[in-house]
Structures are given as structure tokens and as C-alpha cells.
Design a protein around this ligand. Structure first.
Ligand code: ATP
Ligand code: MG
Length: 168
């Protein structure tokens, strides 16, 4: 059994990690789609697809699952989005997502959808983590240690602050 899970992972946090550990108990292989892959150096999308691949690979090192982390660019064409995804991924039976548009597109294409439960959403949220980074509040406890290391390595908080700034 092979499944698909998509997110932007800006950054990859413990909510994503907890969803993936529970999916890992149900499937043999997991395709992790890195959405909006072409977006980077923006306030809502600070990290590159390659940096997000690195976060996921290091964060999941200790989990017993065979996974593929694959960048998926936005194509801005909903009617062909499912075929676009499936043309770039190994075949899969089930998609795990809570995004209403993604649910609709997969179900119309006849692909089974499962909605993973939200895990402490008020803090395990990319938006909340980016807000904390900009405000110099604590955020490292909300991501796997390996992700905090990647963000330090690439000086990610400094980048986020710069790309979120204005001319003044
Ligand atoms: P952002 O605030 O930037 O949108 P996010 O936390 O929603 O970030 P995404 O990358 O958009 O993260 O989410 C990918 C998938 O992970 C989505 O289907 C989302 O519903 C799910 N997800 C996000 N946070 C959690 C969480 N705390 N528990 C379970 N699932 C989550
Ligand atoms: Mg989101």
C-alpha cells in the first residue's frame, strides 16, 4: 500500500511529523509532495524546495517508513492537477489531506482520501511558527530538532525577516 501526503512544509513541523508517524503505521510507502515547490524567499514561503527536502529527510531519519519527498510546483490549473501530480509520483492508492480543494480534486478523480486528525493545531502551524520567528519568540520546540538545525544552517530566520521586510 502506497499513500500520498501533500503540504508546503514552510517549515516542516511536529504536526506534520505526528501525521506522518501515524500514516506510517497504515502504509508501506509514503509519497510526500512538497507543494508550491517553486515558491521561496517569500514571507509565506521562505524556504526552497531543496531545503524542504532536506528538512523532511533529516526529520524522518528515525521513523521506520520508506518515503519519497518530491517537489510539486503549482500549476494553477485545478482541472488537470491530479494528473499532473500522478505523472510525477509513484502510483498511490490513498491521499491524506485536510485541504478542501485537494479533497475535492482527488475524490472527483476516484482516488480515496483520508483526513488525518489535527494535532495541537494552535501551535503546530507553519503560520504560527513563521510569526514566532519574525517576533523573536521561541519556535524550535515546535519543529523536529533536525529541522531547527537545517534552518540554522541556512540562516533561515534572517532570510524570513529580510523577505518579510519592506522598503520602509
Ligand atoms: P501554513 O500555516 O503555512 O499553511 P501548515 O501548518 O498549515 O502551514 P501545510 O504545509 O500547509 O502546514 O500543511 C500540510 C498539511 O499538513 C495540511 O494538510 C495540513 O492540514 C496538515 N497539518 C498542518 N498542521 C497540522 C497539525 N498540527 N496536525 C495535523 N495536520 C497538520
Ligand atoms: Mg496550511
Amino acid at each position: 500500500k502506497r499513500a500520498f501526503y501533500i503540504g508546503r512544509f514552510q517549515p516542516f513541523h511536529l504536526g506534520h511529523y505526528s501525521v506522518i508517524t501515524s500514516i506510517a503505521e497504515e502504509v508501506d510507502e509514503l509519497i510526500i509532495g512538497i507543494g508550491s515547490a517553486q515558491r521561496t524567499h517569500e514571507a509565506n514561503n521562505p524556504f526552497t524546495a531543496g531545503e524542504r527536502v532536506m528538512m523532511i529527510r533529516h526529520a524522518l531519519e528515525d521513523i521506520d517508513i520508506h518515503f519519497y519527498a518530491l517537489p510539486i510546483d503549482d500549476i494553477q490549473q485545478n482541472p488537470i492537477w491530479v494528473s499532473y501530480v500522478t505523472s510525477r509520483t509513484p502510483p498511490f492508492d490513498t491521499a491524506y489531506t485536510n485541504n478542501p480543494l485537494v479533497i475535492e480534486l482527488f475524490e472527483e478523480a476516484g482516488i480515496a482520501v483520508k483526513q488525518p486528525p489535527m494535532y495541537r493545531r494552535e501551535q503546530y502551524s507553519g503560520t504560527e511558527i513563521r510569526r514566532r520567528m519574525l517576533a523573536d519568540e521561541d519556535w524550535k520546540h515546535l519543529v523536529p530538532d533536525a529541522v531547527a538545525d537545517v534552518i540554522d544552517e541556512i540562516d533561515g530566520v534572517r532570510r524570513l525577516k529580510r523577505v518579510s521586510g519592506t522598503d520602509g
